[in-house]
Design a protein around this ligand. Structure first.
Ligand code: F0G
Length: 346
C-alpha cells in the first residue's frame, strides 16, 4: 500500500494548483488525531489532540507551504521570502530546498527558538536577523516582495491558507463530522482563519472556534494592536496579526471566542500534555490546552462536548524552554543495586 501522498494529492479535487505545475511536497498532512484520556477526564468532555508537530518540519506551516511553494515554482520565480517567529521560516527553508529555490527568512533578533534556527541553517536559507519584532519583519518582507522579484510566502499569500484548511478536513474525516469546539493558539491569525474556511467548505458541521493568545500578545482580545508583544511562547509573539479580520469572522460566525492565557497557564499546560498524554509540543502550541482547561473550568466549555485542540509545533523546536529549571541530571554508578536504589525499588 502506498503511503500518505501529501495533502495536495490527498485532497486533489479541493485544492486548485496551476495547470501542469510540479507539486512541491514533503508528504505533509495526515497527522495524528489522538484521543486524550486524561484531558477528557479533567474536563468532562471528549478531547482529541491534532498533533501538527508530526508534519515534516515539525509544524502546521508545512500545510500552507506545499501549496505556496508549488505556486512559486510554477510562476518561474527564483526566490521566496518570509517573516517568521521561526516555524514559517523553517518550513519555507525546507520546501524551497526541495523546490530548488532560494529562501530568504526575516526573523526577530534573539527571539526565535533554537531548533527553528537550526532548521533554517541546515536547509540553506539566507537568514536575516532583524532588530525588531515579527510585525516589523512582516512589513519589511512585504515591502521587499512588492518591489523585487521574490514571492512572499507568509499567510498573507492567499494560497497558503488554502493548504492549511486541510487540517479541518482531516479532523472531519476521522471523527465523521466536525467537533463541537475547536481550540487553537492564535498569533498572526492565519490558522484560525484557515480552519474556519475549511470547516465551512467541507460541510460536515461547524465547531465553535476557541482561539487563545498569550496574555502579553493579545491584540485580538483587547481590540488594539500591541506595540511590544512579550511572551515565553515566542511563536505567537505577534502584536498586529495580518489575518485580524479572518480571526474575528471565525469567532463571530461560529459563536466562539478569542481569549488570553498567561505564560504560567501555558507552561502548566505544556508540562501536563507532555507528562500525562505523551505529547511534547512547543510552548505556543500549549496555549490551546491552557485555553481548554480554563474554559472547561469556568463553564464556557460545557461538559459532554467533543473538543479538538490543535497543537501546532513539536516540542523539540524549543529545547531551552523544556530544560528551564533543570540544573543537572543525577549521575548513578554502573551497578544494578545503585539503579534500583535511585528508582526507590529497593
Ligand atoms: N503555533 C505555532 C507553533 C506557530 O509557529 C504559530 C505561528 C502559531 C501557533 C500561530 O498561528 O500565526 O496562524 O495564528 N507562527 C508564525 C511563524 C507567526 O512565523 O512561524 P497563526
Amino acid at each position: 500500500k502506498a503511503g500518505w501522498p501529501g495533502l495536495i494529492h490527498a485532497y486533489r479535487d479541493r485544492i486548485e494548483i496551476p495547470e501542469g505545475a510540479e507539486i512541491v511536497t514533503l508528504h505533509e498532512g495526515g497527522t495524528p488525531l489522538v484521543h486524550a484520556k486524561r484531558l477528557s477526564a479533567l474536563t468532562g468532555s471528549e478531547v482529541y489532540v491534532k498533533v501538527e508537530g508530526a508534519n515534516p518540519t515539525g509544524s502546521f506551516k508545512d500545510r500552507g507551504m506545499t501549496v505556496a511553494m508549488t505556486y512559486a515554482l510554477a510562476s518561474g520565480i527564483k526566490a521566496v521570502i518570509c517573516a517568521s517567529t521561526g516555524n514559517t521560516s523553517a518550513s519555507a527553508a525546507a520546501y524551497a530546498a526541495k523546490a530548488g529555490l532560494t529562501a530568504a527568512v526575516l526573523v526577530p533578533s534573539g527571539k526565535i527558538a533554537m531548533g527553528k534556527l537550526a532548521q533554517a541553517v541546515m536547509h540553506g536559507a539566507k537568514i536575516l536577523q532583524i532588530d525588531g519584532n515579527f510585525d516589523d519583519c512582516l512589513e519589511l518582507a512585504s515591502k521587499t516582495a512588492a518591489e523585487y522579484p521574490v514571492t512572499l510566502v507568509n499567510s498573507v499569500n492567499p494560497v497558503r491558507l488554502i493548504g492549511q484548511r486541510t487540517a479541518a478536513w482531516e479532523i472531519c474525516d476521522v471523527l465523521g463530522q466536525a467537533p463541537d469546539f475547536h481550540c487553537l493558539p492564535v498569533g498572526n491569525a492565519g490558522n484560525i482563519t484557515a480552519y474556519w474556511q475549511g470547516y465551512k467548505a467541507y460541510e460536515q458541521g461547524l465547531p465553535k472556534m476557541y482561539g487563545f493568545q498569550a496574555a502579553g500578545a493579545a491584540p485580538l482580545v483587547s481590540g488594539v494592536p500591541v506595540t511590544n508583544p512579550e511572551t515565553i511562547a515566542t511563536a505567537i509573539r505577534v502584536g498586529s496579526p495580518a489575518s485580524w479580520t479572518g480571526a474575528i469572522t471565525a469567532r463571530d460566525e461560529s459563536g466562539g471566542l478569542i481569549d488570553a492565557v498567561t505564560d504560567d497557564q501555558i507552561l502548566a499546560a505544556y508540562r501536563l500534555l507532555a507528562g500525562s498524554e505523551g505529547i511534547f509540543v512547543e510552548p505556543a502550541s500549549a496555549a490551546s490546552i491552557a485555553g481548554l482547561l480554563m474554559t472547561a473550568e469556568d463553564g464556557r466549555l460545557p461538559k459532554g462536548s467533543t473538543v479538538v485542540c490543535t497543537v501546532t509545533g513539536h516540542g523539540l523546536k524549543d529545547p531551552d524552554t523544556a530544560l528551564l529549571g533543570v540544573t543537572e541530571v543525577e549521575p548513578v554508578p554502573v551497578d544494578p543495586g545503585a539503579v534500583a536504589h535511585a528508582l526507590e525499588l529497593a
